[in-house]
Design a protein around this ligand. Sequence first.
Ligand code: NAP
Length: 290
Amino acid sequence: MQHMAAKIIDGKALAAQVRATLKPAVEALAARGARPGLAAVVVGDNPASHIYLRNKVRACEETGVRSELHELPADVAEAAVLERIAALNGDARVHGILVQLPLPRGVNAERVLAAVSPAKDVDGFHAHNLGLLLRGTPRFVPCTPAGIMRLLEHAAVPLAGRHAVVIGRSSIVGKPLALLLLQNDATVTICHSKTAHLAALARQADVLVAAAGEPRLVGADMVKPGACVVDVGIHRGGDGKLVGDVDAAAVAQRAGWITPVPGGVGPMTVAMLVANTVRATELAIGQTAR
Ligand code: NAP
């Protein structure tokens, strides 16, 4: 029997919708003298980092959020990076600070991320914010997992009592996403490079998230018919086109839902950064609810 093709969850459209709903909140804050401001710190000249930052700055501009780019040379001393972050922590016009990863060798990412004030940590990477998430009272949720949850919610993918399998255990994607799925009553399995029987586990998933950083790792044989497949990977193929961690053409014939690459998780990640910056501003001026 021929399976109907999967529903494509359009992250680009949803991200535009999220940005549109943020705009009035931004203007309301600006009217109170607190236009949201985001400072992005980038060290070195990693081309991918600069592309990501350009997208983030553009999304800020579109929603009326003020953004400033702090570019530091690859050979900068760690102390100078820490000094810059301390200055941004103390700058009342800056409500959100992001440090674009990866950092060059010689600059310790853990120390740098720990230096960002938890109240301005709009990437949600500070141990304090990760701890709040673990406890079930999140303040800033890391943007990619937050964006994935919005995509699932938008597509009305059932989570309660369902089996979610997350491939990848990074602190940026896999681990925080697993916590969010758990908080939404899914039964969660986290897989990684040492996992035995990955394909068999993946086939059990009602929701399968591929965040391994390996092009086309997930083929149709790893997907349960009707499952929701979320593709987090971003890779530039030999032909210059972007591909994900999922063999999308094959999986779309079997899955119930799939997020495309590009146009799935990527734009939602950026939209969530803007949302977190707006939230940071609201918290800074003592406005708790909209
Ligand atoms: P990461 O830090 O490299 O983590 C990758 C994880 O996948 C690790 O836990 C690793 O296991 C696991 N893994 C790698 N190969 C595997 C395999 N063959 N089978 C099972 N597990 C495997 O990467 P990340 O930062 O989480 O990012 C993952 C991917 O998402 C990358 O392609 C990245 O470009 C993309 N990404 C996209 C967005 C977006 O906005 N769309 C945002 C962030 C990241 P071990 O822990 O055992 O090494």
